[in-house]
Ligand binder design. Structure first.
Ligand code: ADP
Ligand code: MG
Length: 352
């Protein structure tokens, strides 16, 4: 049946909102492309409590609405629950795009990671029960595993839909209090390569702290792309050739690294790490060799955590953070990695 008809019908019967339905709350964030507020709906819908997040965006809001609509239909559980998007024109501010999502929860992964308690502060939130283990790197590793698995799961569904996020970072991963899982937010820099939406990479949007070394998502061999959101059926073959999804994998790898090493969780140390890695030609093993000999106890503890169970964590990390996109593991393959294999771990512990 026609996807367009389905999408159209869904769009008509879904509740729509307008400016007067929204009661503004405190500001949650804001950059040069928009401002984000916590808000609530004046007439509370019966099913939900009406707590929402509102983004007032500039011209890029159009693409962000498009991406959210697509995600809503194709892979709803991987991203924050999008409710509605519309164009709001005022004489003072001109045209603004207003986007609203369900308020998923108080904390992003960035908030959680910055706490001294991490990862134990996440243990109390997730459904996975790891309290049977004594406090220590094994238990911490299990919590980190769960977070990384949920992130890769969300990335796999986005990538299978044909969407590359391009701004994966702890600030754009929200803990959903209802589903008790991590979800992705902020599709403002995303690209849908199968239909060519936002196909020209806006490099200035990319966060240099988490961006993979390749400057362009698609190689220069790809045919020139439209500058506005226009449909240009891009074949899955091109996707296979260029592997644009591996850009997100690199960013996810850096998040994995930050979870394992407390010393790399703040901005300046991450920037310094990026410089060191570049000097090692993006070879993580070479980086390890340069830092491990003179490493303090904290850094050593991070390596110890990644070396558990025969070094599966370290193996996975090094297959995510690689210079060449085509040498990086895909989200789907990463999910099948022995790092996540509990039975494998059990077998290993029997052998020891
Ligand atoms: P920006 O373009 O400013 O980065 P984001 O979409 O990342 O916009 O939102 C900014 C912040 O607002 C996020 O880092 C997060 O703290 C909060 N936020 C965004 N969406 C939600 C949501 N659905 N539920 C709860 N908080 C959210
Ligand atoms: Mg953001």
């Amino acid at each position: 049946f026609d996807m367009f008809v389905l999408a159209f019908v869904e769009r008509i019967f879904r509740p729509s909102y307008k400016k007067d339905d929204i009661v503004l709350g405190k500001k949650l964030g804001g950059g040069s492309f928009g401002v984000v507020y916590r808000a609530s709906l004046a007439k509370k819908p019966s099913s939900k409590d009406g707590e929402i997040v509102l983004k007032k965006a500039t011209e890029y809001g159009a693409v962000e609405i498009w991406m959210n609509e697509r995600v809503r239909r194709a892979c709803a559980n991987s991203c924050a629950d999008f409710l509605y998007g519309f164009l709001e024109s005022s004489p003072k501010k001109g045209a603004e795009y207003w986007l609203i999502w369900k308020f998923e929860g108080e904390s992003t992964l960035a908030d959680l990671i910055q706490s001294k308690e991490f990862p134990y502060n996440v243990e109390t939130l997730i459904l996975e029960k790891v309290q049977d283990l004594p406090k220590g790197i094994e238990r911490e590793n299990r919590i980190i595993q769960t977070i990384l698995r949920q992130l890769l799961f969300a990335l796999d569904s986005l990538h299978s839909t044909g969407i590359v996020h391009r701004d994966i970072k702890p600030q754009n991963i929200i803990f959903s209090e209802d589903s008790r899982t991590f979800k992705i937010i902020d599709l403002g820099a995303a690209a849908d390569l199968r239909v060519g939406i936002n196909y020209i990479p806006k490099e200035f949007l990319l966060d240099p702290r988490y961006a993979a070394p390749e400057q362009y998502i698609m190689s220069t061999q790809t045919p020139s792309a439209p500058s506005a959101p226009v449909a240009t059926a891009l074949s899955p073959v091109l996707w296979q050739l260029n592997l644009p999804d591996r850009f997100d994998i690199y960013s996810a790898g850096l998040i994995f690294l930050q979870m394992a090493f407390p010393g790399l969780r703040n901005d300046s140390s991450l920037i310094q790490f990026n410089r060191q890695l570049k000097r090692c030609d993006y070879d993580l093993t070479a980086w390890r060799n340069t830092v491990e000999a003179r490493a303090g106890p904290e850094l050593r503890r991070g390596f110890e955590l990644l070396d558990l169970d025969g070094g599966q964590g370290w193996e996975l990390l090094t297959s995510m953070v690689r210079y060449k996109a085509r040498q990086r593991i895909s989200a789907k393959t990463a999910l099948a990695h022995p790092y996540f294999d509990k039975e494998g771990l059990l077998a290993l512990s029997f052998m020891q």
